[in-house]
Write a protein that binds this ligand. Structure first.
Ligand SMILES: Nc1ncnc2c1ncn2[C@@H]1O[C@H](COP(=O)(O)OP(=O)(O)OP(=O)(O)O)[C@@H](O)[C@H]1O
Length: 236
């Protein structure tokens, strides 16, 4: 049996994790190593617990039982959920909110990121009027400013058109190039194959399978993963 610690330079170790809500167990993870040194995709059916896992890794929710241990420090995470609300202010103001948390971020940094995310022309427009794709770019712009070492993205391209999806995927690759590792959830398996190096497959609150992307798609090991891929790829 390979000790998975030797596979990853940085990882998060989960032990005996239980997350419950309204008396129901949403996550049940006796033992797992989650890589934090590559682009990892978290996949699984609706309601499997993917978003809950991202919130747990971010520290937004605490487990009812069990422990998380990060193999590295400092841990600087950024979580982008979908439908992030905007305050009734300009695009620039919504982006520069992040300066409150980090005084080293300058107005020039904000301007550069506005350019980088393609929203410079919208800087003075009210952010709550931005389209879904523009809003998502704004949220990812905040991540560029935060420079976390682990970026957690919940369905980063849900409901986006192919062009905007490509732009967002480009930003995810840039996170990696600038030294941030990424864990994202997605229902788009073609996207998972384009972007991810590693898979976490979740089903009914349990991590059923982990491993490199290629073998997961070509030779899934568990009945749950086989069923999921068959339904997603072949529609039955
Ligand atoms: N705050 C909450 N209160 C009660 N139940 C919750 C809460 N958040 C999530 N759940 C439940 O936990 C389960 C897992 O939800 P989660 O959003 O993590 O799944 P998911 O895998 O991200 O699903 P999807 O692919 O549909 O987004 C679901 O059954 C959901 O209804």
């Amino acid at each position: 049996m390979v000790d998975q610690r030797s596979l990853f330079q940085r990882y998060i170790e989960l032990k005996d994790i239980i997350v419950r809500s309204n008396g129901r167990t949403i996550l049940n993870i006796p033992s797992a190593m989650i890589p934090a040194d590559r682009i990892t995709a978290c996949v699984g059916p609706n309601g499997a617990g993917k978003t809950t896992l991202l919130k747990l890794l971010e520290g937004l929710i605490k487990p009812d039982a069990g422990t998380l241990r990060y193999s590295y420090a400092p841990i600087r995470t950024a979580l982008v959920l979908h439908h992030t609300p905007m305050i009734k202010a300009s695009t620039r103001a919504n982006l520069s909110l992040i300066q409150d948390a980090d005084r080293t971020i300058s107005n020039e940094d904000v301007n550069q990121v506005l350019d980088r995310i393609g929203l410079a022309d919208f800087a003075s427009n009210p952010a709550h009027q931005l389209s879904a794709g523009e809003r998502q770019k704004l949220c990812l712009g905040r991540v560029f400013l935060q420079k976390p070492n682990l970026v957690l993205l919940d369905e980063p391209t849900a409901n986006l058109d192919p062009n905007t999806t490509e732009q967002v995927e480009g930003m995810i690759r840039q996170f990696k190039l600038q030294g941030s590792e990424v864990i994202f959830t997605s229902h788009q398996l073609a996207q998972v194959q384009r972007l991810a190096e590693y898979i976490l497959f979740i089903d009914q609150g349990e991590i059923k399978e982990t491993g490199p992307v290629g073998p997961f798609f070509s030779n899934p090991q568990t009945p749950a993963a086989k069923r999921f891929l068959r339904q997603e790829l072949e529609g039955f």
